[in-house]
Design a protein around this ligand. Sequence first.
Ligand code: GTP
Ligand code: MG
Length: 197
Amino acid sequence: MQIKTAKFVISNTDPLKCPQSSKPEYAFVGRSNVGKSSLINMLTNQKKLAKTSGRPGKTQLINHFIINEYWYLVDLPGYGYAQVSRTQRRKWQDFVRSYIQHRENLTCVMVLVDVRLEPQQPDTDFIEWLGVNGVPFAIIFTKADKISKNQLAKNVAHYKKELLKTWEELPTTFITSSETKEGSKEVLSYIDQINEQ
Ligand code: GTP
Ligand code: MG
């Protein structure tokens, strides 16, 4: 898919107030600082469409972007960066889960995980919740440029092995880097493929 147009539509604090729509929608979710906003900029080929920051917690709202006037891409706030309080984590969970559960046109949740790290409990809990609720999802490994090819392969294999402890089948996975643009084409053709079904 070629992205011809990518425009910011609206930010929402209340998941129930997102504009109703029948357009296919893809939400990008993951821990704070994992690279959600950077990945969105990479996919859309724009430097500042989604606001990025070295400081975790930059994205606080549900941000809708319209791509090629046809599908929605959604940037969500990140969950728990390292040690956040239980209250904060609960707040995020309620917010994002409410959005996911009420969004009828949500086509697929893209779960971003930092490829350098061991599977993190908040991620695995969230992935499990998606499964229990029958929400289609894919996993996007981010920041691939930060480790060697060798380590990358090892980490991805390890992550998949861990997933297979609770899942019978592996979800679709992508390896990406917003620095080198690795994985951009693959993620976009995956979305394209689903949109055409
Ligand atoms: P929140 O909005 O706080 O939840 O964070 P986010 O997940 O949107 O992360 P963001 O895109 O703002 O990126 C966080 C930091 O990681 C920034 O300093 C980015 O430049 C950096 N970063 C993101 N993706 C990559 C990547 O693929 N490679 C490298 N080297 N750095 C990255
Ligand atoms: Mg962000």
